[in-house]
Design a protein around this ligand. Structure first.
Ligand code: NG6
Ligand code: CA
Length: 518
């Protein structure tokens, strides 16, 4: 037996030396294999919603494991304080304010990424990867007037994803169905789907006319159109009964799809974007998670999402590909409590601070709008560390291009592979941030916000969104919570930063058509 073993290992080593000589003379064993990449993207998860980022009341063991085993960025940003623009910036490597259509989209909006445009999945495809997306999309579909009963195209498949299992927009917007590579999953053609964002279908109850039918959750502001699963939504929908999703099963549903993707593609290099829907409204935890956080549905769905991450990581481990997979974890924008439903997010918050020490939240030009949990993890390759480098999701495209040996890139995306890998702390010097079509700038420790008209505090969501009649300047090194506007005390610095801002942004920024919040 023993002799057989020796012979086998001899043969194996001969095979390695002879069979695996590459052109460069290196043996393949010395060359890096093509790593898999998984981007895990949360919806409205705040800077302070993660244990490793300081949450004490909310337990997030799996988020923490990733943060503590990888690089935990303390100054990592989404490109925008809302979803559509952030996702646009992430996938295309282009600042969303360059695209006038990169605004919160209705479920009927056409695709806002050009099919000619460079995207992260296209980069990977060029290098022989399989590419997939599972979860929330919210970047528009079709070219206008989508017929949901036919092939819905162009969409993720046409901008680089070989596989796409998505929800079209948000959990609170119709159509409330999953779309499997352009086709509504489980559609009965005899019960066609009709969608309208302006007019209701005759005789259909809405959240407004039939509040008593909002049995799962009641609307607070907006969200008073078609009622599906006892939840009133944005937009009107008719038909497609068999295809409608179950809200409380959504997390499990996407998790299984993401796990299936990994299992199906573990033997080839792949790039997966797994975009969870939590903790965006409506917050609908599965009964296993109901009451687990003590904070009501918002806390419960964060616990649920944390569990999903843990299960997903187990799959990578079980399939034996953890050591060959880079994981990037982040959120599309900062936190919000009451985002349009009565769901106890405010009432049961207790001492938890979803934005941590930061000011503002979702929709805001203050730091909590875009500064979000941002973690890179690669077992055995990335050493655990905390990085204060200024990084942004717009840079992921160029950095991943460098990882897989592609020289494609965009004007806005800065290559920061060493920073993401924890080898360097030289982040960005400048970064333009966006919130509801307004822009602001980070430059080193400085945060600059131009004067904007509109309410300072959005009453509905109870978030300071950053509007002021004066220029605002904050020194985040001394004042992370942006309490002291030092613009007046630093006229030289202010002038210099305005010049830098306008040189990147142009002077038209103050005339942009803004989404007015109430
Ligand atoms: C807002 C919705 C909010 C949420 C948001 C998009 C109302 C009153 N509010 O317009 O509930 O859906 O859009 O969120 O309708 S995001 O994370 O996808 O950007
Ligand atoms: Ca969001």
């Amino acid at each position: 037996m023993r002799r057989l073993g020796i012979i086998a290992s001899l043969l194996l080593s001969i095979g390695l030396v002879i069979g695996c000589q590459s052109k460069s003379g290196k043996t393949v064993a010395e060359q890096p294999t093509k790593p898999n990449v998984v981007i895990i993207y949360m919806d409205d998860l705040g800077f302070g919603d993660v244990g490793a980022y300081g949450a004490t009341e909310l337990k997030t063991p799996n988020f923490d494991k990733l943060a503590e085993g990888g690089v935990r960025f303390t100054d990592g940003h989404a490109t925008s304080a809302t979803c559509t623009p952030s996702r646009y910036g992430l996938l295309t490597g282009v600042y969303p304010w360059r695209n006038k259509d990169a605004k919160i989209l209705p479920g009927t909006a056409p695709l806002i990424i050009s099919t000619e445009q460079l995207t992260i999945p296209k980069l990977f495809k060029e290098k022989g990867y399989h590419t997939g997306i599972v979860g929330k999309w919210h970047l528009g579909l079709g070219t206008g007037n989508v017929d949901w009963n036919e092939h819905v195209t162009p969409g993720p498949n046409e901008v680089g994803f070989d596989h796409a299992y998505i929800m079209a927009a948000t959990q609170d917007r119709v159509p409330t169905v999953y779309i499997d590579n352009g086709y509504v999953d489980g559609l009965d053609k005899n019960d066609p789907i009709l969608i309208d964002y302006k007019n209701n279908f005759e005789g259909q109850p809405t959240g407004k006319t039939h509040p008593e039918l909002c049995t799962y959750q009641m609307w607070h502001h907006g969200h008073n159109n078609t009622i599906i699963n006892g939840i009133p939504r944005i937009g009107y929908m008719k038909g497609g009964e068999a295809a409608r999703w179950s809200d409380v099963d959504m997390a499990d549903h996407f998790l299984v799809r993401a796990q299936e993707y990994v299992k199906a593609h573990k033997d080839e290099p792949f790039m997966l974007v797994y975009t969870m829907q939590q903790p965006h409204v409506p917050r609908t935890p599965h009964s296993r998670f109901e009451g687990t956080s003590g904070m009501g549905p918002r806390g419960d769905v964060i616990v649920e999402a944390d569990w999903c991450l843990g299960e997903f990581m187990k799959t990578l481990e079980d399939e034996g590909i953890m050591e060959n997979t880079l994981i990037i974890f982040s959120s599309d924008n900062g936190p919000v409590l009451n985002d349009g439903y009565y769901d106890d997010a405010v009432e049961k918050l207790g001492k938890h601070t979803p934005a941590g020490v930061l000011r503002g939240g979702k929709y805001s030009l203050f730091q909590a709008g875009t500064r979000v949990p941002f973690i890179t993890y690669w077992k055995g390759k990335i050493q655990p560390s905390v990085s204060d480098a200024l990084v942004c999701q717009v840079d992921i495209l160029a950095s991943l291009a460098a990882l897989i040996g592609s020289d494609s890139g965009t004007q806005d995306s800065k290559e920061m592979l060493d920073v993401l890998m924890g080898k360097s702390k030289e982040g960005r010097t400048e970064l333009i941030l966006e919130a509801t079509s307004r822009t602001a700038m980070r430059s080193g420790d400085w945060a600059l916000i131009p004067p904007y008209k509109g309410v300072a505090l959005s009453k509905h969501v109870n978030i300071e969104i950053g509007n002021d009649t004066e220029w605002q300047l904050y020194n985040l090194k001394e004042d992370i919570s942006q309490q002291n506007n030092v613009a007046e005390a630093n006229p030289e610095k202010l002038k210099e930063l305005i010049e830098t801002f306008e040189s990147i942004r142009g002077t038209a920024y103050s005339n942009t058509k803004k989404l007015e919040l109430k």
